[in-house]
Design a protein around this ligand. Sequence first.
Ligand code: UDP
Ligand code: MG
Length: 320
Amino acid sequence: MKPTLYIVIPCYNEQEVLPITAPEFLQEIRKLQKNEMISEESRILFIDDGSKDNTWSIISDLARKDKTYCGIRQSRNRGHQNAVLAGLMEAKGKCDITISIDCDGQDDINAMDDMVKAYLDGCEVVYGVRSSRKTDTFFKRFTAQSFYKFLNRMGAEVVYNHADYRLISSRVLEEFANYKEVNLFLRGMVPLVGFKSTSVYYERHERIAGESHYPLKKMLALAFNGITSLSVKPLSMITGFGLTVSFLSFLGVLWAIIAQVVGNTVAGWASIICIVCFMGGIQLVCLGVIGEYIGKIYMEVKGRPRYIISERTDDKLENK
Ligand code: UDP
Ligand code: MG
C-alpha cells in the first residue's frame, strides 16, 4: 500500500514567501502521487507559529481552495522547534511519513523524491543534508560549521550540515512522542530514537523573500540549548578541571614549601600560598562532584525512554 505523506511546514510571519512556495509544495505532492509513491490522502500541513501578519489568513485561504492544504495555528509564537514539533505530533496519527521543511524555499523541495524513495527502501529517518554552503556568506558558513563541530565536541551528536529538513516515519514519531522534554533541539533528539536512517544531499538556496528569523543571537541561543539539552558534558568538564587545578595546586604547595626551606620568602607567604592552592583545588573538585549529581538528576528528570524495540521475531511470524 502506498504511504500517506504529510509535509510539515512551520511559518512565522511569512506572508511574502507563502504564496510563492505553497504551490511548489503542492506540485511536489502531485508529482509523488503521479509516480505512485504516496497516497491520495497525503497533505501539506502548515503550522502558523503565532504570526503577526497575514500568514494565517493565507493558510486558511489555501485550505479552502484545495483539500491537500491544511493548517494549525499556535496560540502564540513559540519558536521554530516547537512549531515543527506541534506539526509532527498533529500529523503522527494521520500519516505514515512526515517531511519537515521550512517554508522559505531555501531547502530543495525536489530532495523529497529521494527521501520518499529511501523510506520505501526501508529507512525510517532520512536526513536532508546540505551538500555545500556556496550560497552562504563567509560569516554564516564559518559560524555554522563551528556550531556543528562545537556541538559534537560537547557531546551533543548531530548530523553534520543537517538542519530540520528530514523525513520521519510515524513509527519513529510514536517513539519520539515519549521524549517529553520541553527544551527542544530536534536535530539532536531524532538520532537518539535510533532506527534505520540515511542522508539525502541537496543544495540550499537563498531565501526567496522576507527575512531570516535566525539572527546570530538566536543561533547562539539554539547552540547553547542544543548543548545543554543533549549533554551534561559541561558539568563533567568541571570535575576534570577541578582535578587539573588540584594537581597544579599540589605543585604550588611543593613550590611554597621548598621556597620556605631555602629561605628566600617573607614570613607567612608559604602558609598563605598553601592554603590558597589547597582551597582552590578542593572547591573545584567538590563543585565537579555536585555537577555530576546534577547532571544525573537532569537526565533523570527528562524521563526519556530507556529502551526502544525496533523488531521482534514474532513480527516476522505474523507476517508469514
Ligand atoms: N519559524 C517559526 N517560528 C519562529 C521562527 C521561524 O516557525 O519563531 C519558521 C520560519 O517561518 C521558517 C523556518 O522556521 O519556515 C526557518 O526560519 P528562517 O528561515 O527564518 O531561518 P533560517 O533559514 O534563516 O535559519
Ligand atoms: Mg530559512
